[in-house]
Write a protein that binds this ligand. Sequence first.
Ligand SMILES: Cc1cc2nc3c(=O)[nH]c(=O)nc-3n(C[C@H](O)[C@H](O)[C@H](O)COP(=O)(O)O)c2cc1C
Length: 398
Amino acid sequence: MNEWFETVAEARRRARKRLPASVYGALIAGSERGQTVDDNIRAFTELGFAPHVAGHQAQRDLATSVLGQPISLPVMISPTGVQAVHPDGEVAVARAAAARGTAMGLSSFASKPVEEVVAANPQTFFQLYWSGSRDQLIQRMDRARAAGAVGLIATLDWSFSMGRDWGSPVIPERIDLKAALRFAPEALARPQWLREYLRTGHIPDLTVPNMANPGEPAPTFFGAYREWMQTPPPSWDDVAWLREQWGGPFLLKGVTRIDDARRAVDAGVTAISVSNHGGNNLDGTPATIRALPAIKEAIGDDIEILLDGGVRRGSDVIKAVALGAQAVLIGRAYLWGLAANGQAGVENVLDILRSGIDSALLGLGKSSIHDLTPDDVVIPPDFIRRLGDPAAPVAKTH
Ligand SMILES: Cc1cc2nc3c(=O)[nH]c(=O)nc-3n(C[C@H](O)[C@H](O)[C@H](O)COP(=O)(O)O)c2cc1C
């Protein structure tokens, strides 16, 4: 079979065929009824283009930077815990990102240690949740810094949403014999996936090495999740404290409101990502692309604005950049690529996005992503959501 795929939709189909049902389920799921996960996709389809017929540019420049890191296209890897998707996990993703000249976000719930991931891609940002004591947070930051992480991503939007209408995957506390036997029928139905793991000589152990306390073994996914659930949520002062402790480039991920974006500027962050955690969070949050224009209008160029949620093609990236994002982060798109074909599958996804960005730039008659403006996008009336500041000035719509 030709391992190359043409679209992210095809990567998703292959991931579905290749992964055990519960692992695939974890990659597509949104919280509750899935209103947000659906809107993240739908909103991009509501935006249009008005292409030129001549006067196109022969050369197009896609390069930009995020938090001081030069990247060859305005797309970077969003942090996700890719437990059990592929034995090489985040290391394969990091290698793919490096091969395609972009940066990697590494989840603190990842299956691979930060040291291995930074070795695979020196442009790695370490992602942290507000979990555990201040000492533990400092230790995790120290470890990431010592490993060479070039920035910190603080993801603070998580709301511990429980119910998913299509069911949550059963993640065992440990892979003991009982859990292995329960999982066996699913795994045996996916021989290719199983073979990949058997080749490496170990099954996914569902531990989270980057959450380990010094000198202790890595906790289980659920052990770490319990610690996080029991931690009192952070205040804006805590955000400022975290940024100060890190002392380098700092991305606050999960902002959807104008007032929060302003507070983020006040807390001294380097960048925000307009994000609703890919619809895995408080269901009913609008698509991030609807929230972006008003946030851009409110904070301008004070800090970098990134976006994640629902990006599946290069034209989505163009829409986000035109509406004010410096770059986007992708989640599911690369996870499906990883499931479909390991490192090469992630490279394939980045190539799809690159050529889609380039083709949209060509049609729009632009020579650089830096020349994009909201006028390059057809925005329907009532598209923009002004969360957290209804009185803000009205953005220009077509
Ligand atoms: C399976 C899965 C696991 C995720 N794990 C994390 C995580 O550990 N940390 C984090 O900041 N975001 C996490 N996210 C959210 C992504 O970083 C990102 O915000 C989201 O996937 C973007 O939407 P998209 O999947 O539509 O591209 C996860 C998302 C998925 C789908």
